[in-house]
Design a protein around this ligand. Structure first.
Ligand code: IMP
Length: 434
């Protein structure tokens, strides 16, 4: 278990990464977030107490863990401050334990407003974003002239002139588009500047050369956990484009989002929910818009941790999972929420698609054709009358549940590391790999 590893979702997010990162960070000295922003919602339950983190790495609940926010993250400084307040109120001492890259991009109020305006303009073809400003913030980053980085905020020389010039550039670039907002939502740039100046000292304390910190940690034999947000199928390059997020959610994102080389990573753990969910638009071949979908939503409490939106639910899709594991080089699996399948007579899994009259067992070369793929299912026996809920050893699982897990691992060619049987830390099976 003492390995530096990347932990990523291999579906469309909401796989239960928060709990898995929290568990695997038990021995970790450092937990590092490398992409995304407050679109993520990582739920951690300890001793029956539930906490949701949006930007701070899930390792924060381990008192000796250093938490790192990388350059690949888009960070809302005020949401970050709120999250710190929530931690303080909950008795979590984070002093000196949170480090932020100087190159992390700030996600500000106008990004959120632009996200909302652009989604509204897309009408029926909207992406279904979380409206947390993620797309507009990454757009500014790619533009190169507009992004405001943590280093810009921390530089107080000449009365914060660097920060003000950046805000002015954004004002010139965005005012026209923002003019369509109602008057009460109009931005007061001077006020935003003042608010940013007020959080400067907080960031000055945390600003760090993250790449160097991680390299030194590795040199000193420390264990690092790289925490992904969203899931591989939402990757901006390799996911179900354009119905995806704007960052690299695959394992490659950990390297560019933190400034590390592949030699820093011993293992890539893919988190997979025992069925499939998705929020927002986009193709979902195994979606169940029927009683099964309803049952999964209800029993799995499938409502977004960030937006509260009901999630679309369906059977496990091994064609997509095989793809997601390949593009991230996944070599161990954490299977979550198996208990949600308790009570089912029969469980379906998709091993192939039918497309244009042909059977295919890989995703179409043109990913947009996923929308035309019909799933071909294998019917597996459920374990009705028995339960996986809160079971803590593999051998105590019902035989058919063991078969279900083996089938997933065999089809994906990846070994199991963790099986999660309930929301609490204790509702977990750690699979002995050696
Ligand atoms: P954005 O990241 O807010 O731009 O949203 C783009 C797409 O990614 C939408 O379909 C969102 O529902 C989805 N998405 C973003 N973050 C998450 C997440 O943490 N879990 C699940 N879906 C997400």
């Amino acid at each position: 278990m003492s390995k530096s590893r990347i932990v990523i979702g291999v579906q469309w997010g909401d796989e239960g990464k928060g709990k898995i990162v929290d568990l695997l960070s038990e021995n970790a000295d450092v937990v590092a977030r490398f992409q995304g922003g407050a679109n993520a919602g990582h739920t951690i339950v300890t001793g029956g107490k539930k906490s949701v983190l949006h930007v701070i790495p899930s390792g924060i609940f381990r008192p000796r863990t250093t938490c790192v926010i990388g350059n690949g993250v888009v960070l809302d400084p005020f949401a970050f401050q709120d999250e710190l307040d929530m931690l303080s109120k909950g008795g979590v001492n984070y002093a000196g334990r949170i480090k932020v890259s100087a190159a992390t991009n700030l996600l500000l109020w106008y990004h959120k407003e632009l996200d909302g305006l652009r989604e509204a303009r897309r009408g029926a073809s909207s992406i279904g974003t979380t409206k947390r400003g993620i797309g507009p913030c990454y757009q500014d980053k790619a533009d190169r002239m507009l992004a405001i980085r943590v280093a810009d905020l921390v530089d107080y020389r000449n009365g914060f002139s660097r920060l003000w010039l950046k805000l002015e550039a954004n004002m010139a670039n965005k005012s026209h588009e923002l003019a369509s907002l109602p008057s009460e939502d109009q931005i007061d740039w001077e006020q935003l500047f003042q608010r940013l100046v007020r959080v400067r000292d907080l960031f000055a304390k945390m600003m760090t050369d993250v790449s160097l910190l991680l390299a030194n940690a590795r040199r000193d034999g420390r264990i690092i956990l790289f925490e992904g947000a969203q899931g591989g199928l939402l990757d901006v390059d390799l996911g179900t484009y354009p119905f995806c997020t704007s960052s690299n959610t695959t394992s490659g994102g950990a390297l560019t989002g933190l400034g590390i080389g592949p030699g820093m990573v011993d293992e890539v753990t893919g988190v997979v929910k025992a069925y499939t969910t998705r929020v927002g638009g986009g193709p979902f071949p195994t979606e169940q818009m029927n009683g099964i979908g309803e049952r999964l939503r209800k029993r799995g409490e499938e409502f977004g941790a960030t937006t509260g939106r009901p999630r679309r639910c369906g059977w496990l899709d091994l064609v997509l999972l095989k793809y997601a594991c390949r593009i991230s080089g996944v070599n161990s699996l954490a299977i979550t929420k198996i208990d949600v399948l308790d009570g089912l007579e029969e469980i379906l899994v998709c091993n192939e698609y039918e497309l244009d009259g042909h059977r295919i067992s890989e995703v179409p070369v043109d990913m947009s054709r996923l929308a035309d793929c019909q799933p071909v299912y294998e019917r597996l026996p459920g374990w009705k009358g028995q339960k996986t809920k809160e079971v803590t050893t593999l051998s105590a699982l019902p035989r058919n549940a063991q078969g279900y897990i083996n089938n997933i691992c065999l089809r994906l060619g990846v070994k199991p590391l963790v099986v999660s049987t309930g929301p609490d830390r204790d509702h977990t099976i750690m699979v002995n790999q050696d």
